[in-house]
Design a protein. Structure first.
Length: 170
């Protein structure tokens, strides 16, 4: 079993516990510092993919795919993402070249806000409660001394935020 998580999952205690338990059983985990398409692939023959039809939010449904050609394509796409991912347990994943102002979760939330998602949608996408997302943003607002989420997004788009965006990429 191979699983790709968002880099922000490293700060999620439930994800850390799951990774540690399943790694001991032979599973492998990697993280990506950017958004990616979620997929469940079973024996390269069955895929479960997010529903993106007609602009619906991806967390509202999924499709079961059994077409061999489509499953082969999806498996190849997963392999590309897997190769780009950072091993959960590697030295590289733990090292940060400079102290970060934001946490991995906060960076992921900010990326999703910039992609047009609201806080409720982001919570569902990341598998967190809305309260967790709101708390992460509140802590960052306090740290930066800004009053609103809009000011956070403006900071993220400015020179200091752009430098911060490279933290996960090393």
């Amino acid at each position: 079993m191979r699983t790709i998580y968002s880099a922000s999952s490293r700060s999620n205690p439930a994800a850390v516990d799951r990774v540690n338990e399943l790694t001991s059983l032979g599973a492998a985990f990697r993280t990506l510092p950017r958004a990616f398409m979620r997929l469940i692939m079973i024996d390269r023959e069955i895929a479960i993919i997010e529903d993106h039809a007609d602009g619906r939010p991806s967390f509202e449904g999924a499709y079961l795919v059994k077409d061999r050609a489509v499953c082969g394509y999806l498996a190849a796409a997963f392999e590309i993402e897997w190769q780009l991912g950072i091993d959960w347990h590697s030295e590289e994943s733990a090292a940060q070249p400079r102290p970060a102002v934001t946490t991995p979760l906060q960076r992921t939330i900010l990326r999703e806000l910039c992609a047009g998602k609201d806080q409720q949608q982001i919570a569902k996408i990341l598998g967190y409660s809305a309260k967790t997302v709101n708390t992460a943003l509140s802590e960052l607002r306090t740290r930066l001394g800004v009053a609103t989420v809009y000011q956070l997004v403006a900071w993220w788009a400015g020179p200091e935020g752009v430098a911060e965006q490279s933290v996960d990429r090393g």
